[in-house]
Design a protein around this ligand. Structure first.
Ligand SMILES: *[C@@H]1O[C@H](CO)[C@@H](O)[C@H](O)[C@H]1NC(C)=O
Ligand SMILES: *[C@@H]1O[C@H](CO)[C@@H](O)[C@H](O)[C@H]1NC(C)=O
Ligand SMILES: *[C@@H]1O[C@H](CO)[C@@H](O)[C@H](O)[C@H]1NC(C)=O
Length: 442
């Protein structure tokens, strides 16, 4: 009997807290259900669809122009005093901002006043005079500052027929726009023979197969770095044989690469706007084109399911780098002095290669006219995206920093890779053959 009583007390001691906890749990569950049912009943009355960009109701001009700000909190003006690019861009943002139009108050406003509608393309010493440390800058930075107002250059070799719709009436699924230089004949040929082959390309699992077109973006050989053998006739021959060379009349230097994007967007709008996707990348990367096609197909299918349309799709994917800061080491290729640019870079897709939709390419073309040229091309693309209010999507298959050393030779390591940087022409051919033979066995 006594044993039993004792057990009852113990039982009480144990059960009491359990019961308290149990009531608490019931209470929490009930609150959650109430919250959920409230939420779902309120969301069944669909809220008014807001436009993705804010357009002031009192905007004086009736344009389709979007207010370029605020994309971030309104107290963040993003004006970094004292850096040339930031100042110039701030003025442009205001120039195109229907709410704030009073750009004349700064000293840079004076320079804008004397500007005619199509900026002159000669050297522009006036920007140099605004940079106190101009004379101590690197040669490439000086060259950039002197010519950064100019973004129209004549076409030397054109390919107006590249995307001509064939008898079957099919536009390309993918246009590969590859940055190359006059002397890189071997890279281009290796690309044509491997991942950049023009024509019908089968996707990895058959879905997404389609027409692929390839075009190489070139400037002029840079005579400033010393005399070059004249490769012009060879290039003409190559172009007439393959019909895939686009060349413009500007010096092909690292800091002029942004021009290739800007000029390519113009060319694209005119000559190939129906190509569904654009790959833009370097001539020393390796792409698993079949895998890329399959990925793009799966993304399109998802999109169609959700929205029932491909119209106006803002799609951009790559190896996304967020919160990067300008390189401040004067001895490096990427060096950007503080007097030229201040602040972090917007999120951008690493330079090896990026893929975007055709409608985004057309938007980029438009917005780029409002974004001052910047010497680093992938950052420039990020700046344009930022002004469109679009963030690039990260994909782990874009390896702009390559695989680990011991994995490079193992074909199975490429199973989930879409892009890898960097590969020589010879390595491209080897890898292409290896992957064709052995990837199915992984
Ligand atoms: C603005 O322009 C659009 C098309 O360009 C037109 O449909 C609209 O009526 C215009 N709005 C006003 C207020 O003029
Ligand atoms: C600002 O400058 C433009 C010319 O660039 C001029 O047309 C405009 O009247 C000026 N605005 C003010 C408020 O001074
Ligand atoms: C870009 O090309 C133009 C035209 O050839 C040239 O004047 C300028 O110096 C080049 N800029 C750079 C940074 O090389």
């Amino acid at each position: 009997m006594a044993r039993c009583k004792c057990n009852g007390q113990v039982l009480c001691l144990v059960l009491l807290p359990c019961m308290v906890m149990g009531h608490l749990l019931v209470y929490i569950l009930v609150s959650i259900f109430v919250a959920i049912s409230y939420h779902s009943s309120s969301s069944s009355v669909s809220p008014p669809q807001l436009p993705s960009h804010f357009i002031a109701s009192g905007a004086s001009r009736n344009t389709s122009a979007l207010a370029s700000h605020p994309l971030s909190p309104f107290w963040n003006l993003r004006l970094e005093e004292g850096a040339l690019w930031n100042q110039l861009q701030h003025l442009r943002d205001r120039e195109h901002n229907p709410i704030l139009r009073g750009a004349n108050s700064t000293k840079f406003g004076l320079f804008l006043e004397g500007r005619n509608s199509s900026p002159p393309c000669g050297p522009q010493p006036r920007w140099a005079s605004l940079l106190q440390d101009f004379n101590s800058l690197s040669e490439q930075m000086k060259d950039f500052v002197l010519s950064m107002d100019c973004r129209t250059y004549p076409v030397l070799i054109d390919q107006p027929e590249l995307c001509r719709v064939e008898d079957k009436g099919q536009a390309p699924v993918l246009l590969m726009a590859i940055k190359s230089q006059v002397g890189n004949f071997e890279n281009r040929q290796a690309i044509r023979e491997t991942w950049g082959r023009s024509g019908w390309v089968e996707a990895e699992d058959g879905r997404g197969s389609g027409l692929v077109r390839t075009v190489f973006l070139l400037g002029r050989q840079d005579a400033m770095t010393g005399p070059h053998p004249d490769l012009g006739p060879l290039l003409d021959l190559e172009s007439s044989r393959n019909g895939d060379i686009l060349q413009w009349d500007f010096r092909d230097t690292f800091f002029n690469l942004t021009l290739k994007d800007v000029l390519f967007w113009d060319w694209f709008a005119q000559n190939c706007p129906y190509a569904r996707f654009i790959f833009k990348g370097d001539d020393d990367v390796f792409i698993r084109t079949d895998s890329l096609l399959e990925y793009l197909h799966s993304q399109s299918a998802k999109r169609v399911k959700k929205r029932r349309t491909q119209m106006g799709w803002d799609f951009v994917v790559g190896d996304v780098i967020s919160n990067a800061w300008p390189n401040r080491r004067p001895d490096t290729k990427y060096y950007i002095p503080e007097s030229f640019y201040k602040g972090a870079y917007p999120a951008y897709a690493g330079g090896g290669g990026v893929v975007y939709s055709n409608s985004l390419a057309l938007q980029l073309r438009g917005v780029s006219r409002r974004v001052h040229l910047f010497p680093i091309d992938d950052v420039y693309l990020g700046m344009c995206l930022h002004r469109l209010g679009i963030s690039p999507t990260h994909h782990a298959g874009f390896l702009t920093f390559d695989l680990p050393e011991r994995e490079k030779e193992r074909p199975c390591a490429y199973r989930s890779v879409i892009l890898v940087h960097k590969r020589s022409p010879k390595q491209m051919l080897t890898l292409w053959n290896d992957l064709r033979e052995s990837l199915s066995e992984c």
